[in-house]
Design a protein around this ligand. Structure first.
Ligand code: F6R
Length: 240
């Protein structure tokens, strides 16, 4: 794994540049996308590059990592809403080619076909990940099997607490989600992970220095052939 340390603006711009480079080299790239606070500046920089005519996403397809169970795509905390609001509504992508797991209705049927659907598009070329303070990636919480494909996950108390900042009350945070599995993520050809803030320092330490164990889901990335970790000084502080 490669590690790049710098402030949030700097690392976000570097990651956005990776997406621009990827899409310019292969206009019909398949992009793996994450929600949460971590990728927000990356998406803002991608929007800027698109508006400045440096890249076009019109032939790309996207697959998102996860979705809360119980939230309609129109709910303002759903991940479909997040993606439309923070990226898709502002770039020239064809929304029919953007895929976000469903959280309501026939979500189990859609979940079961998700990995095959990714494969039918040729697999993910470039995947962005955030990381949870407990070391989760997507919603793969500690103890998730390394060979997992897209599945239903129970969120841990620490994840519910972390994510409650975005809801009016912690009781409104869904307790379950549908998520790409660890194997689904490892299938991506290239992975970039972004982590900022002290809250992520232990997870980054475990990712870079700890043993590979299912108790630390992100540690599976140690085996990925093309994975770069981008973090700020705070997230990197325990590694130094
Ligand atoms: C979101 C996701 C999660 C987040 C993680 C960090 O699609 O997959 O694993 O990346 O919970 O969230 P933030 O970035 O809000 O700290």
């Amino acid at each position: 794994m490669k590690v790049i340390v710098g402030n949030e603006d700097y690392i976000s711009q570097l990651i956005a540049d990776e997406f621009v480079k990827q899409v310019n080299a292969k206009p019909n790239s398949v992009l793996g996308l994450a929600t949460g606070t971590s990728p927000l500046k990356v998406y803002a920089d991608m929007i800027k590059a698109n508006k400045e005519g440096k890249v076009s996403f019109k032939d790309c397809a996207t697959f998102n990592l996860d979705e809360y169970i119980g939230l309609e795509g129109t709910h303002n905390q759903s991940y479909r809403y997040f993606m439309n609001d923070n990226l898709f509504n502002h770039i020239d992508i064809d929304k029919a080619r953007t895929h976000v797991l469903k959280g309501v209705g026939d979500y189990e049927a859609y979940m079961r076909q998700y990995d095959d659907e990714i494969a039918s598009f040729g697999g993910i070329d470039l995947q962005i990940l955030g990381i949870g303070s407990d070391g989760h990636i997507a919603f793969n919480e500690p103890g998730t099997p390394f060979d997992s494909l897209t599945h239903i996950a129970e969120l841990t108390e620490s994840t519910i607490k972390d994510n409650s900042r975005l809801f009016n009350d912690i009781s409104e945070v869904p307790t379950k989600a549908v998520t790409m599995g660890l194997k689904s993520i490892m299938n991506a050809r290239k992975i970039v992970l972004i982590a900022t803030g002290k809250n992520k320092a232990k997870a980054i330490y475990n990712l870079l220095k700890g043993p590979k164990t299912e108790e630390v889901p992100c540690s599976i990335l140690q085996d990925h052939p093309d994975c770069t970790i981008y973090c700020d000084e705070e997230a990197y502080s325990l590694v130094k």
